[in-house]
Design a protein. Structure first.
Length: 119
């Protein structure tokens, strides 16, 4: 449920305020102004995230890798070409590490721990 809620929150903050002032990161003071290209890459990444969550709900371990891979795909895009490239990845490094630690526990460690139920 956390993954779905986080995905919906992220989509709302990124797309919902796309034409407004822009979303901000947790614990960071700057506002991100996404462009149309950023929005395209975000939607592609979110489709991968949603597909990964669906696979996890079907008890397939590969869903966790889809989820993390999509997150890393957008992070790499945003860090080198997207909105984060303007301020630098070091600015959001602490919240980023915290979120990825939670993601790894939820989408990789939990399916591995319950490997008898996951395919």
């Amino acid at each position: 449920m956390f993954l779905v809620g986080d995905t919906l929150d992220t989509a709302y903050r990124f797309i919902g305020v796309y034409l407004g002032v822009g979303p901000s990161f947790l614990g960071v003071d700057f506002i991100i102004q996404p462009t149309s290209i950023d929005l395209f890459f975000f939607v592609v990444a979110q489709l991968g995230v949603i597909y990964g969550i669906c696979l996890l709900y079907k008890l397939k371990k590969v869903g966790g890798y889809w989820f993390l891979g999509s997150q890393i795909f957008f992070l790499l895009y945003a860090s080198f070409f997207g909105p984060v490239s303007k301020v630098g990845i070091s600015t959001i490094l602490l919240p980023l590490i915290l979120f990825f630690c939670v993601y790894v526990v939820l989408v990789v460690c939990v399916p591995l721990y319950y490997s008898d139920k996951f395919k």
